[in-house]
Write a protein that binds this ligand. Structure first.
Ligand code: CP
Length: 337
């Protein structure tokens, strides 16, 4: 495997191989599999889980990792093409990325959405510019519209919980948040659940519809896997017989890039904080998922996060095992995608 960028780049069989490998590495450590290998981690945007889990994954497989981020003691990094560099940044990604890559065997890049133009973010322009500068095996650690490592870990978690693929009811719900957040997690999550063959409902207030291009791709993936994808603002109906609710906030697509209009619209939906009454029509054992970080009392009530429905820690831990599988497949031939 040369690249891990979009789950939809892989067949169902290839995803299954990665999931089997992740499960095997969780059961049966391979502390020498990546001996002598080095991973470069370039974080243009902040992180806790991705930063820690990739370093832990490399160490657990016998390799090492180094981290570069603009917040560290490095020269400011410019990402815009064709810019006259007379501002603060002293180095351009066109030199910095190949230099960083030259020290490593595999590279991961994180670059969040700018959230100024939906078209720009759907095209994933900043990540694509850096992707074009790397010849090494490359892992997308979250870009404007992709978060494949999160989704592979979430798929692993759903399997561990015994949540059915065919017939499994998955609700991806918008939730309240003070900020206009990127679309990467909801876009990747709806595709993951569709590829898994689940019946997926996107629950969101008017104005927060997922982009049609994402929904169309998710519907095509669902058609191929035997699942389905629908969208609604009717909470009780969406939650009926649900096996899992995956909460996440995202920017208003109606007002994308317009901070004031987005803020005004999201203020009207501050009651979209997941609490026990959301589960009235769901299966009694309906689970709560979230990629983290999560704002307590804003996105979800403490009693849900601290109660038996929540699997957020398991999801976060599986980030490490899912990424170990990807790294193993790329550098040690542990899987054949
Ligand atoms: N879920 C996730 O990617 O977490 P971080 O932003 O902390 O890496």
């Amino acid at each position: 495997m040369k690249e891990f960028h979009d789950l939809a780049d892989f067949t169902a069989e290839e995803i299954q191989q990665l999931l089997d490998l992740a499960a095997r590495l969780k059961r049966q450590p391979e502390p020498r599999a990546l001996e002598g290998k080095v991973m470069a981690l370039l974080f243009m945007s902040p992180s806790l889980r991705t930063l820690a889990s990739f370093q832990a994954a490399m160490h657990r497989l016998g390799g090492g990792a180094f981290v570069i981020s603009p917040d560290m003691s490095i020269h400011g990094l410019e990402t815009r093409p064709g810019i006259v560099m007379d501002g603060m940044a002293a180095e351009h990604i066109r030199e910095a990325v190949p230099v960083i890559a030259s020290y490593a065997d595999v590279m991961g890049i994180r670059a969040f959405a700018e959230r100024r133009s939906l078209e720009h973010d759907l095209a994933d322009r900043e990540y694509q510019a850096m992707r074009g500068l790397v010849q090494l095996p490359l892992i997308n650690m979250e870009s404007a519209i992709q978060h494949p490592c999160q989704s592979l870990a979430d798929w692993q978690t759903l399997d561990e919980l015994g949540i059915p693929r065919q017939g499994g009811r998955f609700v991806l719900s918008w939730a309240s948040h003070p900020n206009a957040l990127p679309l990467a997690v909801p876009a990747t999550t709806v595709k993951m659940a569709a590829m898994r063959g689940m019946d997926v409902t996107v629950l969101r207030p008017d104005g927060f519809e997922l982009p049609e291009a994402i929904m169309q791709q998710a519907r095509q993936l669902a058609a191929a896997s035997g699942g389905s994808v629908t969208e609604t603002d009717e909470r009780a109906e969406a939650m009926r017989d649900a096996h899992v609710i995956y909460a996440k906030s995202w920017s208003s697509t109606r007002h994308y890039g317009d901070k004031l209009a987005d803020a005004e619209l999201r203020r009207q939906h501050e009651d979209w904080c997941v609490d026990e009454d959301w589960f009235a029509t769901a299966r009694p054992d309906c689970r709560f998922m979230h990629c983290l970080p999560v704002r307590r009392g804003v996105v979800v009530a403490d009693r849900i996060l601290d109660g038996p429905r929540s699997v957020v820690i398991q999801e976060a831990q599986n980030r490490m095992y899912a990424q170990m599988a990807v790294l193993h497949a790329m550098l040690a031939g542990g899987s054949k995608p």
